[in-house]
Design a protein around this ligand. Structure first.
Ligand SMILES: [Zn+2]
Length: 287
């Protein structure tokens, strides 16, 4: 009779402790799963596993790939950082100016620093090539206001019709400070047109500009995407990795952004960190 209370007590204790043991096992399992998920996140989602775009995230500078066109307008107060006067003496590592524009307080040809340096570096190499000695910078940074005046002058000249040669304000690649018109000597005073594509200098630029971080911003056969006629003279600086990808795959900047946006969507869907890709998403002035 006396054994019963002890037995009952043991039984009661066992019953009481059993759920605890199960709970502890469950906790341990959960911990293992969590650790596994953490590893997955670190190795696969944040790293190369899920960012499957051919250009690495670290090579995508949101400012350098910023797009300006009719769908993605730059704000009227957008002025790029570090605008710098492009040195104009080719013997001192610069590039000749075809004209000396004046734009508000700026008199001369201005570009963002990295773009100006890349342009001068490219020109130095071109000058070593037979017949390519005299390239001219015809147009570089243009402010929103300047573009507005140019666009409306063009419209007035064309009886109100947009002929696809001058972008409207906010839509010009020149406002980014990364777009520049570079022409051979015999075109320096001529009005530019697609025939310039036949010039060996322009063919060389189309083939080699990516080595300096440039793309041909308005290639032939891309008007449906860019809305702009072909401009073999208009270079746009995006940095070497992006330029190489764009030029080797025969894209325009708009197509590049379409592909990039798809890669961002896949990355986010797989649980990638939104903060890493948010700055790369293109927005128009009103958003
Ligand atoms: Zn241009």
């Amino acid at each position: 009779m006396r054994a019963y209370p002890i037995l009952s007590l043991t039984l009661a204790l066992c019953l009481a402790l059993a759920p605890l043991t199960i709970r502890a096992e469950e906790d341990e399992e959960e911990l293992i799963i969590n650790e596994y998920m953490d590893e997955l996140l670190v190795e696969d989602v944040y790293g190369e596993g899920v960012w499957d775009f051919p250009v690495a995230l670290s090579d995508l500078d949101p400012e350098l790939i910023r797009i300006a066109n009719r769908s993605y307008l730059l704000p009227s107060d957008y002025v790029p950082e570090d605008l710098t006067k492009v040195p104009r003496d080719p013997d001192e590592g610069g590039i000749r100016w075809a004209v000396t524009p004046s734009d508000g307080k700026l008199k001369g040809q201005y570009l963002r620093e990295a773009c100006a340096e890349a342009l001068c570096a490219m020109n130095a190499v071109m000058r070593e090539i037979d017949g390519f000695r005299d390239m001219y910078l015809k147009s570089a940074y243009r402010s929103y206001q300047k573009q507005k005046t140019m666009y409306h002058n063009r419209l007035a000249k064309n009886h109100g019709k947009d002929d696809g040669w001058v972008s409207m304000e906010g839509a010009s690649d020149h406002q980014t400070g990364l777009g520049c018109d570079v022409v051979p000597k015999n075109w320096k005073d001529k009005s530019m047109n697609e025939k310039m594509m036949k010039e060996p200098e322009c063919q060389w630029m189309a083939e080699h500009c990516h080595e300096y971080g440039f793309i041909i911003r308005y290639p032939a056969d891309k008007k449906e995407h860019t809305g702009i006629n072909t401009e073999p003279w208009h270079l746009r600086y995006v940095g070497i990795p992006v330029a190489t990808y764009i030029m080797e795959n025969g894209l325009c900047l708009e197509e590049f952004h379409d592909q990039l946006q798809e890669a961002i969507d896949r990355f986010l869907l797989a649980g990638g960190d939104p903060a890493l890709v948010e700055p790369l998403i293109q927005r128009t002035a009103e958003e």
